[in-house]
Every structure is written in structure tokens, then in C-alpha cells.
Write a protein that binds this ligand. Sequence first.
Ligand code: GRF
Length: 223
Amino acid sequence: MTAKASLVVLISGSGSNLQAIIDAINSHQLDVEISAVISNQASATGLERAAKENISTHIIDHKQYSSRDAFDLAMIKVIDSLNPDMVVLAGFMRILSEHFINHYMHKLINIHPSLLPKYKGLKTHQQAIDNKDNIHGASVHYVSHELDSGPIVIQAEVPVLADDTAKSLATRVLAEEHKIYPIAIKMHIDKRISFIDNQIQLDNKPRTTPVQWKDNKIINTEF
Ligand code: GRF
């Protein structure tokens, strides 16, 4: 039997996306194993979610390191000892150094609560409301050097309702995040999608349009 593909998941907080990945594994939608969950916050609820599944956890507290590079090197040491197929950022709230990104480039993936390239950074839901957007959503992207940039694998669209607050909108977006993150991970693990020569390749062909998730399904006709 060949070993399963493996993930290391980096978190800082609630870890509901981590939970969605765990649930997808447990329901056999995703055939991978999580080698470890790393958090920079000892209080992250996601650590409890991992422990419940007997996934090994590591707390690497950024405040104990004199620089971003030193902190990232400590993470690299743990991650490399596990040799994962993917490094998955799931609500990891630290900016990563160039060295870290280069080290895991092509297998480092992130989820962001906006339809990138709109609204990089924080407070994305409030920005969508303030700008009177009709549509908001979430994106999964490979990580490149610029914050919340890098080629987009899949996006989920969520309508913005007239009475939405940032909180109500965030809740609906998060529910879609939980659906698209396992799909994106599966596409990478199955080698359908890859990040080569600074662009997404789908079935070995360059691709500029992300996979689009709407009304609970992929809407691109080629899937
Ligand atoms: C999500 O909204 C994700 O898009 C962003 O951080 C949040 C993490 O939530 N990067 P959780 O910790 O997975 O519940």
C-alpha cells in the first residue's frame, strides 16, 4: 500500500477550516492525512479540534522569536521533519517570510475571505458591504510573495443581502470556505491542478480562470 499524501495545517484561531478538512477526510471525500497542526497561538481552538482526532499539534509562539525569519525557520524545521505534500494555511494570521514562501512554493496554499484580487488583508466583509457589492465570497490560492496574491484555484460566490452585517456575511462566506477548501486540496493532491511557471495548470494546461463554486456546485462547464 502506498502512503497517503500528507498535509501540515497552520492555524492561529478557531480552525473551522481545519475542521472542514478533517470532516472531508473522515467522510472519505479527501484521501490524505494531516501529519500535524501548527499554531502560533497556544489558545487556538483549532488545536483542540486536532487533538480530538489524535493529530499531533505543535505550538510555535512567534513572540518567543527575535525575528520573523527566526520564527519561520522554527516552523520550517518542524514541517520539513514531516515532509508533507502540502502546507495548508487555514486562518494563520502571520505574514510569512520570503524564505518560507520560497521553501514551500508550489505546495503552499491559503484561503482568504474575499473574491481576490478584491479586498486583500483584513475586514474584507465590511469592505464588501461599504462598497455596496452585490457579490462577495472566498478564494483559495497558491501563496506567492505578495500578501493574499498568487494564482487562484477556486472561488466561491456569496450574495450580499440588503440587511447583511459584516458578521452575518462572514458566517455565510465561512460556510462556503468549508466547502471549497477540501475541493482545492483534493485537486492539488490528485495533480489535476498545479502551480507551475507562475501560473495555474489544469490537467497540464495553463489556465487563467479559477474554478467557480456557486449554489453548491462547480459552475465552470469544463468540470
Ligand atoms: C477564514 O475566514 C479564512 O478565510 C481566513 O481566516 C479565517 C479562518 O477561520 N484566512 P477558521 O480559523 O478556519 O475558522
